[in-house]
Design a protein around this ligand. Structure first.
Ligand code: DAH
Length: 341
């Protein structure tokens, strides 16, 4: 018993002075399976039976003492480790780069078209994508048997055969005319739908911008000058335009407008099919029947209208050859369009 007391005292002194000891080597030396605590516990068997209780208490108290000391050393060493990693942090390093999104090319070009026409005093108007037959066709002077009404071209809503997905933004001009607030000077950007097989040149949905100007004494010269201004702002001062006679049920006379090919400058290439010209929009003077259908007196008012595909303008502007790129959401394609047009 006396020896045990001496030994414990000596151990305690050693432990008390063990400041700065590595926690793990302390644990192995004292508390490990071959450690000194276990060894001294083994001394119990040499203690006289009447002293066993006292010795047991002493040893347990010693074991507790060692364990507490280990806990202290462990806490200190954890703290040191943390400190070390903090010291390695270089707060002056630049942060991980944050990738910024960019606008879709169709949005960029749509916004540009809008801003050009806004400078001429056009306001933006919008209408529903699910339309009725009257706004999409009848009011626009499309006779009952017109091929554009064919199921091939138009998506009809099965619950109601009178409803369809608008095939053009011309339906919005009808809605604006019906409001009866003249003069009207609007552009209508929006998505349109057609029952087409998807390919590089056709898609079942795309975007258009419709334009409409109705007032007293609006002439075809006003139409030409407006569109000429637009084209020069959009494609630059060097671009040439030409108007070709055409047919649309809702305009009379009607025309299609071409611009000189931006790729070859009019020399002739595969984009302009060797003609030097590419078609960009349809236009004309609003048909008197359309004005009447929408409650406007054709003897007092005249107007012009035009409609263009945003995809087409975007493809020409950026030399994109495949319509499908616009809706595939491939980040490698979309990433290229960063700033405003
Ligand atoms: N709505 C025609 C289309 O979808 C485009 C168009 C042509 C609109 C002539 C017009 C216009 O307003 O006058 O192809």
């Amino acid at each position: 018993m006396e020896q045990l007391l001496q030994q414990i005292k000596a151990y305690k002194q050693e432990i008390a002075s063990a400041n700065g000891t590595d926690a793990e080597s302390f644990r192995i030396k004292w508390l490990g399976t071959k450690g000194l605590v276990k060894a001294i516990m083994g001394e119990m068997k040499n203690v006289a039976p009447d002293k066993k209780k006292e010795a047991g208490q002493l040893l347990n108290e010693f074991k507790l003492y060692v364990e507490n000391r280990y806990a202290e050393l462990h806490a200190v060493s954890e703290n040191n480790k943390q400190q070390a990693t903090n010291d390695q942090l270089d707060l002056s390093l630049p942060a991980d780069p944050m990738s910024l999104g960019s606008r879709h090319p169709i949005s960029l070009v749509r916004n540009r078209i809008i801003s050009i026409f806004q400078r001429l005093g056009f306001a933006v108007a919008e209408g529903p994508e699910i339309e009725d037959d009257w706004h999409n066709f009848t009011a626009l002077n499309l006779p009952e048997n017109h091929p554009a009404r064919d199921m091939q071209d138009t998506f009809y809503i099965s619950q109601n055969p009178d409803w369809l997905l608008r095939t053009h933004t011309s339906s919005v001009q009808v809605r604006e005319m019906q409001k009866g607030q003249l003069p009207i000077r609007i552009i209508c950007p929006g998505r349109v739908y057609r029952n087409e097989t998807i390919s590089a040149r056709a898609h079942c949905f795309f975007h258009q911008v419709e334009g409409l100007y109705i007032a007293e004494n609006v002439s075809f010269a006003d139409l030409k000058q407006t569109l000429y201004f637009f084209v020069q702002e959009m494609f630059g001062k060097d671009v040439k335009v030409r108007f070709r006679p055409s047919y649309f049920p809702f305009t009379e006379p009607s025309a299609e407008m071409d611009i000189s090919c931006l790729i070859c400058g009019g020399e002739g290439c595969s984009v302009c099919k060797k003609t030097g010209w590419v078609e960009i929009l349809g236009c004309g003077m609003v048909h008197p029947n359309v004005l009447e259908n929408c409650g406007i007196d054709p003897n007092k008012y005249t107007g012009f209208a035009f409609g263009m595909g945003i995809e087409r303008i975007t493809m020409l502007k950026y030399q994109i050859r495949d319509l499908r790129l616009f809706s595939e959401n491939d980040i490698r394609f979309l990433d290229q369009f960063t700033g405003a047009v």
